[in-house]
Design a protein around this ligand. Structure first.
Ligand SMILES: Cc1cc2nc3c(=O)[nH]c(=O)nc-3n(C[C@H](O)[C@H](O)[C@H](O)COP(=O)(O)OP(=O)(O)OC[C@H]3O[C@@H](n4cnc5c(N)ncnc54)[C@H](O)[C@@H]3O)c2cc1C
Length: 461
């Protein structure tokens, strides 16, 4: 029997389920094909479980620092098994919620591997059964996988990816993390706070290399305080499991023994080879090539999220889902400037940015003025004992517009959406009142400083 829908979405991660719900809201009959757990990487092995573990680690850090706030907590310790149970309960709760939401939107959930056989046809393989499905429009949202290093094969036990790192049964004594990007740095915060001796090996010259140099500098300094060692401009050339430990050899001959090695060197788009071949999909390396309407080279077939390799962020997938859903249901929409999709790193301290970085402006020859403000000068932040970091606001001198904002500090991932709303706006910062005392006043001060009108910065002599 063949089932027919207006739109079939392959993959139920943030890209896939968001596109499906939007299409359903616009009146389309919709099915999602999912071969694994509903919610994709984000819900099951990514954003949600990693943030749950980070929250437990942050609570432990607060207990450690409580004496500084005048609070005596005589004994406290991490109960890893309960931390894991809490994380699993959060994930399964959201999975249940998402399943209900999909059902409430009258979207048909089809379990199995979806292979696109033609512009309007799919087969869904599930164990021994095969279901044929027809669709006016198809949206590919098949996600990504961890990048592997051929010389350092993961074995799932002591040489692991982020997936296993989120599910360890015990807190390891030591861990080498290969890759100082977002995933490596976040998991370094979790495990070092729990007592693991963490060493990060990063091939480039700084942590979080996609942000400006000063960001990585602050992070390395704060990581040292947490006991995390960051070896930058260093490459791992081999790993060798010996006597229950793994011997990690670096390019300069140095060796490190660790109980676990986490390979966290990025994500890579995945789309089934059969689908690529059957459709003759144009590719950009492993990613499906798309235009700014999220259309592939095949009429009626769209692609969104990690499989298009644009942001590798859940909210990047959400944004692309809106565009694909509009276009697949007869409307006309185009993707925004990708630099306006905020970037967020949930380390201790957090990092968040939107728009152009200072280094990008320099490369593009844009003449800018940079406003700065520091958390240590903010009343609320000092009260919270969270004084690390600063906010920088980049102003384009040619047109007086704000074109980029970068933040390092506690909870800045919550502040970046407000900053995004201000980019390119014609609002005068002096006309916007920020409540006092709030951490957000650091944004106002940095903004004012970009125009050299900051109230609390002494005049330069
Ligand atoms: C440890 C970690 C932490 C992260 N933290 C964050 C964060 O804090 N913030 C953030 O924005 N991003 C984060 N990410 C990235 C985020 O998880 C991804 O960007 C996001 O999940 C991508 O969404 P997607 O819908 O494109 O793909 P996915 O979420 O990967 O979903 C793809 C789905 O498609 C299914 N699928 C694939 N092929 C088929 C097929 N042929 N048939 C049927 N189903 C198929 C898969 O089973 C999967 O469920 C993190 C990632 C990791 C690994």
């Amino acid at each position: 029997m063949t089932e027919s829908f207006n739109v079939v979405v392959v993959g139920s991660g943030p890209g896939g389920y968001a596109a499906a719900i939007r299409c359903a809201q616009k009146g389309a009959s919709v099915a999602i094909v999912e071969k694994d757990l509903v919610g994709g990487t984000c819900l099951n092995n990514g954003c949600v479980p990693s943030k749950a573990l980070l929250a437990s680690a942050h609570t432990l850090l607060m207990a450690k620092n409580a004496a500084m706030m005048g609070i005596d907590i005589p004994t406290y310790s991490a109960n890893w098994s309960n931390i894991q149970k809490r994380k699993d309960a959060i994930v399964s709760g959201f999975r249940k919620g998402l399943t209900g939401l999909i059902r409430a939107n009258k979207i048909k959930m089809i379990q199995g591997r979806g292979i696109v056989t033609g512009p309007n046809k799919l087969v869904v393989e599930n164990d021994s059964t095969q279901l044929e499905v027809e669709a006016d429009k198809i949206i590919l949202a098949t996600g990504s996988k961890s990048v592997e290093i051929p010389a350092i094969p993961c074995n799932g036990t002591n040489i692991i990816t982020s997936k296993e790192a989120l599910e360890l049964k015990q807190i390891p004594q030591s861990m080498v993390i290969i890759g100082g990007g977002v995933i490596g740095c976040e998991l370094a915060c979790v495990y070092s706070t729990m007592g693991t001796k963490v060493t990060i090996i990063e091939a480039l010259s700084r942590l979080i290399p996609m942000e400006d140099e000063w960001v990585g500098r602050i992070l390395s300094r704060e990581f040292r305080k947490l006991g995390i060692e960051s070896l930058t401009s260093q490459k791992v050339i081999s790993t060798e499991p010996t006597d229950g430990l793994v011997k990690v050899t670096l390019e300069d001959g140095q060796t490190i023994q660790a109980e676990k090695v986490l390979v966290g060197v990025g994500r890579k788009a995945i789309c089934d080879k059969e689908t690529i071949d059957n459709l003759g999909l144009a590719m950009n390396g492993s990613a499906v090539a798309i235009n700014n309407k999220m259309e592939t080279n095949v009429k009626g077939v769209y692609a969104i999220g990690d499989v298009v390799g644009t942001t590798y962020l859940a909210h990047g997938g959400f944004a692309e889902a809106e565009i694909a859903a509009d276009n697949a249901t007869g409307h006309d929409a185009e993707m925004c400037d990708y630099s306006l999709i905020p970037r967020a790193v949930y380390t201790f301290p957090e990092i968040a940015s939107v728009g152009k970085s200072e280094e990008t402006c320099q490369k593009e020859g844009i003449d800018v003025s940079v406003g700065r403000s520091f958390f240590k000068a903010n009343g609320r932040s000092v009260g919270h004992n969270e004084t690390v970091g600063e906010i920088r606001v980049v102003r384009n001198k040619a047109n007086e517009k704000i074109i980029g904002i970068t933040m390092v500090g506690s909870a800045v991932t919550e502040l970046i959406s407000a900053a995004r709303a201000l980019i390119g706006s014609n609002e005068k910062i002096t006309d916007i009142t920020f409540p006092h005392p709030t951490v957000s006043e650091v944004l106002k001060e940095a903004w004012e400083d970009a125009f050299k009108i900051s109230l609390h910065t002494p005049p330069s002599v």
